[in-house]
Ligand binder design. Structure first.
Ligand code: GSH
Length: 217
């Protein structure tokens, strides 16, 4: 029998939370190993050999190493899903989900550009430009969700996991106006009602605590 896939992680990371939610849905047990990003353990030579980009999450599935959360989600679906509803084999449906995963990666980059200076460089504020950048993404997501229950349509997909993790982290730095973005509000409510949503919420709360502490010191 193959060993459990190993997930190198820290729960503050949106990508980690997305992978944990999918693993839960797939009923896939992971061996969880924390990587202490706050003490720069991701720069250890051993870790860099596995992930030259020094980030979490990393999945090691019996020697198959994947170091991007979106790629991990796709891999887990292809390898472990009993049905493909969250990442259909149909090429048009798949292209739609792929573009949403890339959209998530772009929003995530905006979030990290805000968080890193606050976490590591003593910055205390989010600039107007950073706020405007995220607002632009909120507007896009609001438009994408128009007339849909989930981000890719009426079925939940892996893109919902990526985006809910990223947007709930973004919301900590630049609050999402749920009265203005009513489609986002409805979608968040749906996601929050998932029985395993705590896998996102827990890490997000830790993230919020650390961020508030950094900004008030
Ligand atoms: N595109 C990557 C980005 C992952 C990423 O940047 N993770 C952050 C944590 S939220 C990280 O590990 N940062 C540590 C570093 O850059 O050294 C993914 O989706 O997995």
């Amino acid at each position: 029998m193959s060993p459990k896939p190993i997930l190198y992680k820290l729960d503050v990371s949106p990508g980690v939370r997305a992978v944990k939610m999918l693993a839960h849905v797939l009923d896939l047990e992971l061996e969880l190993r924390n990587v202490d990003l706050f003490n720069k353990k991701q720069f250890n030579p051993e870790y860099l050999k596995m992930n030259p980009c020094h980030t979490v999450p990393v999945l090691d599935d019996d020697g198959v190493v994947i170091w991007d959360s979106h790629a991990i989600l796709i891999y887990l679906m292809d390898k472990y899903a009993k049905n493909d509803s969250m990442y259909p084999r149909d090429s048009v449906k798949r292209a739609n989900i792929n573009q949403l995963l890339f959209c998530d990666a772009a929003i995530f980059a905006k979030v990290i550009a805000i968080m890193k200076p606050i976490y590591f460089e003593g910055v205390k504020e989010v600039t107007d430009k950073q706020k405007a950048n995220l607002e632009d993404s909120y507007e896009s997501i609001e438009r994408i969700l128009d007339g849909k229950k989930f981000i890719a349509g009426n079925d939940m997909s892996i893109a919902d996991f990526s985006l809910v993790a990223t947007l709930t982290s973004a919301n900590i730095a630049v609050p999402i106006d749920l009265k203005k973005y009513t489609n986002i509000a409805a979608w968040l409510k749906t996601m929050e009602s998932l029985p395993y949503y705590e896998l996102n919420a827990e890490g997000m709360r830790i993230h919020e605590e650390i961020l508030k502490k950094c900004m008030s010191q």
